[in-house]
Design a protein around this ligand. Structure first.
Ligand code: ATP
Ligand code: MG
Length: 601
């Protein structure tokens, strides 16, 4: 069916929407693909649905190619399954909860592990039924703290989520690899370069997990990569740990007066003045142990203070800490960590701002800290046994020099807390790390048996024994993909869709007022459609050529065909929106040349 602009429910806009910061957001609204309904919530217009439909079709084909079968769950779900897995609570403010008229609790699902697990449990009971992979393309709801960038981070969005069910670890690994490979094919077909990075699994639990990040300056995720092929989410980077150091010969630690040295810079200057290094080199921030006080509001309502000790030349990275701290606190799920405030510090006499040192939990520690302190003390992996530090003495105006880890102080745990820097070594020895920005397009997890265990998904094995099924969970951001494609494929005049997802292959423009032009254009539209080319035909009778061409550029169909004055000489103009090149083509060759150009793009 030829799409006719005279009929199409479409209004292009001259002005950028006021809330839009990035190009894809501006252009998708201005070109009439989507409309904002509320923050992070969008309506889809006919042209938007065309693109969305093409993206979904690619996802469906690739899911079918690995044997995954499509189902569809409601978005509105009862509390109980999410209560069972504790996610009703763990999601915190991140989900929409509601009540029905009988005061029963419901939620708008942020993801569907529980429901898929229960569905398979309902219907399958034997090893003969497995493996199976099921998926859906479905609307998800998350009350994101910062819905932004249009479709990139919505509060309502479409996700393709699949779940694999296997008897054993080898089966799960195979299902995981099949999904992983399908994801590379999906993003390749969508025209989106992706890097699979090692990730932490956050609220999902489970073990192995990779994110598919599309490198883009507008991305909110920071990741690292090395020339040798290592790639990881910053949260998941593990520090290359130096070897333990022999400390038998090291001199005892010494507390010194260091007045007015509440910052690392002032401390380093003071250290170089008061106690220059024996080897003539200068002390640097890396020789100091900085102790940063953070606070976590526990699910119990308690506010737990955590002190993190790390080399003074590095900042703390709260996201890395959040990804790695739950185990240290003895809780599951997502945790929010923030810098402790003055109020927090005041409650603990040991915390002397600017002069905080380790020893907080040592009964008879060098620094004489009171044992009763409930402050958790975690250190960066670089604080290895035998390493020697200049650090706070837990008294105003005093620091301790030569404080040796493992000899003079201990810690409750080791945590990846420090910022990762450009040039740091990759943990697999594949060279220095480079830092890049990206947006997460997909995510693959080996969930393992966590959900099956909790929800009782077991099947009989060959020996008639009940075994817990092992699962994987795999997501693709479908609406986010539309935004990422728009972000990558545009210029200052509008969108430039890759053919695979374009709302039409050709934007046919009838230029001027001559009825012969409209007749010829109409015929061309029919011929193109008959040859399998999707046509958007600008048949609007009283619209100026300038407006028509402006709209064509904004809307971004990859091939523009103009029927106008050239008709008298039997030619029409064929223009590639991708290369900008235009050629006159004889009328009788148009269909063939359009197809050739389309297939070459
Ligand atoms: P992010 O880190 O970007 O918030 P996530 O890790 O919370 O994403 P998953 O739970 O892994 O997301 O969801 C699977 C996929 O769904 C993501 O890889 C992403 O492409 C998409 N997605 C997640 N949240 C949103 C959102 N708010 N808007 C649009 N797409 C989203
Ligand atoms: Mg994710």
């Amino acid at each position: 069916m030829v799409l006719r602009l005279s009929q199409l429910f479409l209004r292009t806009l001259r002005e950028d929407p006021v809330d839009a910061e990035i190009a894809s957001h501006k252009l998708l609204v201005r070109a009439g693909y989507i409309r904002r309904a509320a923050p992070g919530i969008y309506s889809w217009l006919p042209m938007g649905l065309k693109v969305l439909g093409k993206v979904e079709a690619i996802v469906r084909e690739e899911m079918a190619s690995i044997g995954a079968q499509e189902v569809h769950f409601p978005a509105l779900l009862p509390r109980e399954p999410y209560e069972a897995t504790n996610r009703w609570t763990e999601y915190g403010d991140g989900i929409f909860r509601l009540k029905d008229r009988k005061e029963n609790d419901y939620l708008l699902a942020p993801t569907h592990e529980e429901m898929f697990t229960l569905l398979v449990k309902d219907l399958y009971s034997s090893y003969k039924d497995l493996p199976v992979s099921l998926y859906q393309i479905q609307t998800k709801y998350r009350d994101e703290a910062r819905p932004r960038a249009g479709l990139m981070r919505g509060r309502e969005f479409i996700m393709k989520d699949s779940y694999s069910f296997d008897m054993d670890d080898a089966g799960l690994e195979a299902s995981y690899q099949a999904h992983r490979a399908a994801y590379f094919r999906i993003f390749e077909r969508l025209g989106l370069e992706v890097v699979a990075v090692k990730a932490t699994s956050g609220a999902m639990g489970g073990s192995k997990s990779e994110e598919f990040l599309h490198p883009t300056p507008v991305g909110e995720d920071t990741f690292v990569r090395s020339a040798g092929g290592y790639a990881a989410n910053v949260e998941a980077v593990s520090t290359v740990v130096p070897a333990d150091i022999e400390h038998a010969e090291l001199p005892p630690a010494e507390v010194r007066d260091t007045p007015d040295t509440p910052t690392i810079d002032t401390l380093v200057s003071a250290a170089n003045e008061l106690a220059p290094r024996a080897d003539g080199l200068a002390w640097t921030a890396a020789d100091t142990l900085k102790n940063v006080v953070l606070a976590v509001d526990l699910p119990t309502g308690e506010r737990q203070l955590v002190v993190i000790g790390l080399p003074g030349d590095r900042g703390v990275d709260l996201k890395r800490i959040e990804a790695n701290i739950a185990g240290h606190l003895g809780i599951g799920g997502e945790v929010e960590v923030e810098a402790a405030g003055d109020e927090d510090l005041k409650k603990h006499s040991l915390l002397v701002k600017g002069y905080i040192g380790p020893g907080l939990n040592l009964e008879n520690g060098l620094l004489g800290a009171e044992a009763a302190s409930k402050i958790l003390y975690l250190v960066d992996p670089r604080v290895v046994s035998g390493s020697s530090w200049i650090t706070g003495a837990n008294q105003a105006g005093k620091h301790v020099f030569g404080l040796v880890a493992g000899r003079d102080f201990t810690w409750d745990g080791v945590i990846e807390a420090a910022e990762v820097r450009e040039g740091d070594e990759a943990p697999d020895g594949s060279g220095p790390l480079e830092i890049a920005r990206g947006v997460e397009m997909g995510h693959v997890f080996q969930l393992g048996r966590k959900y099956a265990e909790i929800l009782g998904l077991k099947v009989l094995d060959q020996n008639g024994k009940q075994v817990v099924v092992t699962m994987g969970s795999y997501g693709v951001g479908v609406t986010r993909a539309v935004a990422a494609i728009a972000e990558k494929y545009h210029d200052d005049r509008g969108l430039i869709w890759p053919v695979a997802v374009a709302p039409a292959h050709v934007h046919l423009v009838a230029v001027g007022k001559d009825p012969a032009v409209f007749e010829a254009a109409e015929q061309l539209a029919q011929d193109l459609e008959a040859a399998g080319v999707d046509v958007l035909y600008d048949d609007r009778p009283k619209v100026s050529p300038g407006v028509k061409f402006g709209d064509a550029e904004l809307i971004g169909v990859p091939i523009v065909l103009a029927v106008g004055r050239g008709l008298a000489d039997g030619v029409v103009e064929l223009k590639s929106r991708v290369s900008g090149e235009a050629v006159d083509v004889p009328l009788e060759q148009v269909v063939q040349q359009v197809i050739a150009l389309r297939d070459s793009l």
